[in-house]
Design a protein around this ligand. Structure first.
Ligand SMILES: [Zn+2]
Ligand SMILES: [Zn+2]
Ligand SMILES: [Zn+2]
Ligand SMILES: [Zn+2]
Length: 315
């Protein structure tokens, strides 16, 4: 919607970084898979599988960035801004499933241990640390966007967990204790679960039109009510289009005033909302008297069949 030139430039840079990340991940998948086959290592083959899901996650984010930059039209009046939120939500859900799968496989290995080759484990994990670390570093500066943050956090988790695999490989090499491998897998599963649960919570709130993270509706209501000329605030809604784009709709009672005066009040209201709460998109309905009594207006809005109040105008 309110796209500036710098946003466009930022988007181009982000697209380049995402393409580079996809190339690095593809090379890593090929390497892990080939080494896994040669060493008959199930652990390495499943690491390759895990990275195929990472590649899908980056691809989804790439598509979301592409969609987000498409302008609004008459069929999508908000544009495609929520595409990234939706991509992050789906990513995080699949990762929760993946962490469950790793945990089950790890518990299975604790019951019936599988011999592992610590040397191959350590060599491949070293490449994993380099690759995941590079992708995480590339994405770090774009991580304000929830969609990119989901990929960034994931890559950070992968970097730490592959580093733990190196340590685990060394541990197995020196002690011969094979349970180190499944215990490491359980810790990795816990990390994945922790990072994705946070993203599911945040994106679910945006998809449910919840109050944006960090904003308090009573504070916003009080700030509007403090503006001279405002008699009352009702039917107040605050929601997010994306993580950093918030919108507000409200009815404000100002008494019977000339239009020029109401325009001055509107300017004050929008100024307060923009500077104190970073709400840039507002829809405000001014009323002479409180419509909840005079016109049968409802707060909160209900579906038509449950509409408890009557409108005294003809349709
Ligand atoms: Zn991963
Ligand atoms: Zn607008
Ligand atoms: Zn009203
Ligand atoms: Zn009504």
């Amino acid at each position: 919607m309110h796209m500036s030139a710098s946003t466009g430039k930022n988007d181009r840079r982000l697209r380049f970084v995402l393409k580079l990340s996809m190339a690095l991940t593809t090379a890593y998948i090929a390497g892990t898979f080939l080494f896994g086959l040669r060493a008959h290592s199930l652990a390495l083959i499943s690491e390759a599988g895990h990275n195929v899901s990472d590649l899908l996650a980056i691809l989804l984010s790439f598509l979301a960035v592409f969609l987000q930059s498409r302008p609004a039209n008459d069929r999508k009046t908000f544009g495609y801004q929520r595409a990234g939120v939706l991509a992050a939500f789906v990513n995080a859900l699949t990762l929760i499933v993946l962490s469950g799968w790793i945990a089950i496989a790890a518990i299975g290995r604790l019951h019936s241990p599988v011999p592992v080759q610590p040397n191959v484990m350590m060599i491949v994990a070293t490449f994993g640390v380099l690759m995941n670390g590079a992708v995480a570093a590339l994405l770090w500066r774009f991580s304000r966007d929830v969609n990119i943050r989901s990929v960034f956090l994931h890559m950070l988790g992968d970097t730490l967990s592959t580093a733990a695999v190196i340590a685990g490989g060394a541990g197995i090499l020196f002690t011969g204790l094979t349970w180190i491998d499944p215990v490491l897998s359980l810790i990795i599963a816990g990390l994945i679960l922790w990072s994705s649960a946070g993203i599911v919570r945040e994106t679910f709130n945006i998809l449910l039109e919840g109050t944006p993270k960090g904003l308090q509706v009573p504070e916003i209501r009080a700030a509007i009510q403090k503006i001279p000329g405002v008699l009352g605030v009702h039917d107040l809604h605050v929601w997010s289009l994306t993580t950093d784009s918030h919108a507000l709709a409200s009815h404000i009672t100002i008494g019977d005033r000339p239009l020029a005066e109401s325009r001055a009040i509107l300017k004050e209201v929008n100024h307060a909302l923009e500077h104190r709460f970073q709400i840039h998109h507002t829809t405000i309905q001014f009323e002479a008297t409180d419509c909840s009594k005079a016109e049968g207006c409802c707060n909160p809005p209900r579906p038509v069949e449950e509409h408890a109040c009557s409108h005294d105008h003809a349709h």
